[in-house]
Write a protein that binds this ligand. Structure first.
Ligand code: GAP
Length: 511
């Protein structure tokens, strides 16, 4: 299945079963905005709970806040977003379509890379068992020529962007003869920088003085509250502040479903440390976050760590945790050692001291910060895309099953009376009443039991509990497990603890 087909299937499954809908669909939708449906919002809440519990509840020295989306506009001057949160854009004069100049160039490079991969595949076929990809890539003249071309383009682009020379970026697009995919023409405007923040106006204040921004990251809500939290919580270094909330970016190329959106949700944690200890804490958080992902159960092979070579001006180390999405390995979470850049800059712009007084050394200093920042929607897509499975069963039947890690599945168990009479629905409803106090459970009595199993498989319900005639006599039920489709008989009085030990979120924390 191609990457595109894989993603398409997930998008249509997500819509059919109430996970994700296009926003305002009755008006033909709004590009790059999505609504989470009845099951999607349950899954999203479970992911938030998993993150919040492991960050805030499981760490003595991390607390959580919920800051406003609107912030004083100077916040964004201090953070650098007003001046530098830009994408280089170019318009095609004939199609009137707007593109990110860097993406046009990356796509051009992607085409050369695809040719290299084709050459490698041919080589593999030709030389069979004797084939060494490394030797082939470093000696084959075609590949070397193509690789040189890629290196040359990259170095020209880097130099142009480094010097803020947008004319040189346009010249590179013209030199490579890149055409607009819609009109096919090479009739381009100049390249301009485009700020990604959404602007709006505050209340009755008009003009520039009333301008506020929708926050492009949640982190700044944490920085501006550093002193409030430190003082009111009597926090000692090192300590962290965590937050989950919406962020907004006017992405020019918003695509790949919920991977890149204009309105999305972040789960960020800023860890304040003593200057000089940032490397140790950076390594700590890199490890801790990697292990957090591993315990979710999507398979360790699904993750890759990518250390940044080129660092942002405020960082002294940074890496991405990448996930193997249907479109390939892409960034899921960033871990950044941000030095004292943000707090210092907020000190400069606000005129307020944002320091920590160390009672032992009697010194006062601006703490350094290590940040962990994950996109909730990307995590959602990671779970959904790994979970989506098409299976052929013995006897030729097929099923679509979402193998969502049970602890975060939207519905934990379905309670199903075998038939709609003989007192079975009444017994099933007693079981439902007992289980729903602790777990999100669903009742279903419509259609044959096999069809009901398929419906629950398609939404990722880990357990199906069937009440049959024996249940009326011996107070046992059949519990069917989603992935292996195995069944066992369980006493109704043991069901609570059975469900809890199989699908409770605590299972993830005991790993
Ligand atoms: N405070 C640091 C920060 O915001 P970032 O790398 O720009 O860093 C952090 O964003 C995470 O937010 C990313 O790793 C990604 O998961 C998520 N993210 C960023 N832009 C996004 C978008 N347009 N749509 C969905 N998620 C996004």
């Amino acid at each position: 299945m191609s990457a595109e087909d894989g993603l398409k299937k997930i998008i249509s499954h997500a819509k059919e079963y109430g996970f994700v809908f296009p926003s305002s669909e009755i008006y033909d939708g709004l590009s790059a905005a999505y609504d989470y449906g009845q099951l999607g919002s349950e899954l999203k809440n479970n992911l938030k709970q998993y993150w919040w519990t492991s960050m805030v509840r499981m760490n003595d020295n991390i607390v959580g806040i919920d800051a406003a989306i609107f912030m004083h506009p100077t916040t964004w001057k201090a953070s650098g977003h007003v001046d530098a949160f830009n994408d280089p854009l170019i318009d095609n004069k004939d199609s009137k379509k707007r593109y990110r100049a860097d993406v046009l160039i990356e796509e051009y490079i992607g085409k050369i890379e695809a040719k290299i991969n084709k050459d490698v595949a041919k080589g593999k076929k030709k030389f069979g068992a004797d084939f060494s990809e490394e030797v082939f890539r470093t000696t084959n003249p075609n590949i070397l020529r193509r690789q040189n071309k890629i290196d040359e383009i990259k170095s020209k682009f880097k130099a142009a962007m480094g010097a803020d020379d947008l004319d040189a970026v346009k010249a590179l697009i013209e030199e490579l003869e890149i055409a607009c995919p819609i009109s096919g023409s090479k009739n381009w405007t100049d390249v301009r920088q485009f700020n990604l923040m959404f602007k709006t106006e505050l209340g009755a204040v008009s003009g520039d003085s009333g301008v506020v921004y929708l926050r492009p990251e949640t982190a700044q809500g944490i920085f501006v509250n550093y002193l409030n939290v430190q003082k009111s919580g009597r926090m000692k270094l090192p300590f962290g502040i965590a937050q989950i909330g919406k962020a907004f970016r006017n992405e020019i190329i918003a695509r790949q479903f919920i991977f890149r959106m204009r309105e999305f949700e972040q789960m960020e944690m800023q860890f304040f440390v003593k200057p000089g200890t940032q490397e140790e804490w950076y390594n700590h958080w890199k490890d801790a976050r990697k292990n957090w992902h591993y315990s979710l159960g999507l398979g360790e092979e699904s993750y890759r760590l990518h250390d940044h070579i080129k660092l942002a001006h405020y960082a002294d180390a940074a890496c991405d945790i990448e996930f193997s999405f249907p479109m390939g390995f892409k960034e899921l979470e960033g871990i950044h050692s941000r030095t004292d850049f943000d707090l210092k800059s907020h000190e400069d712009h606000s005129g307020k001291k944002l320091r920590f007084f160390d009672p032992e050394t009697k010194e006062s200093f601006v703490p350094y910060v290590v940040e962990t920042s994950i996109g909730l929607d990307r995590l959602f897509l990671a779970v959904l895309s790994k979970a989506y499975t098409e299976e052929k069963l013995d006897g030729g039947a097929e099923r679509i099953v979402l193998k969502i890690p049970p602890a975060i599945a939207p519905i934990k168990a379905a309670v199903l009376p075998l038939i709609k009479k003989d007192g079975l629905p009444e017994k099933a409803k007693e079981v439902l009443k007992q289980l729903r106090i602790k777990h999100n459970v669903q009742y279903d009595e419509k259609d044959a039991i096999g069809r009901r199993y398929r419906r629950q498989d398609a939404i990722g319900t880990p357990l199906c509990i069937t009440i049959d005639h024996d249940s009326l006599n011996d107070n046992t039920v059949t519990v069917r497990e989603r992935d292996g489709m195995t069944q066992e008989r369980v006493l109704i009085s043991d069901l609570d603890s059975y469900v809890d030990s199989n699908v409770g979120m605590h299972v993830l924390f005991s790993k």
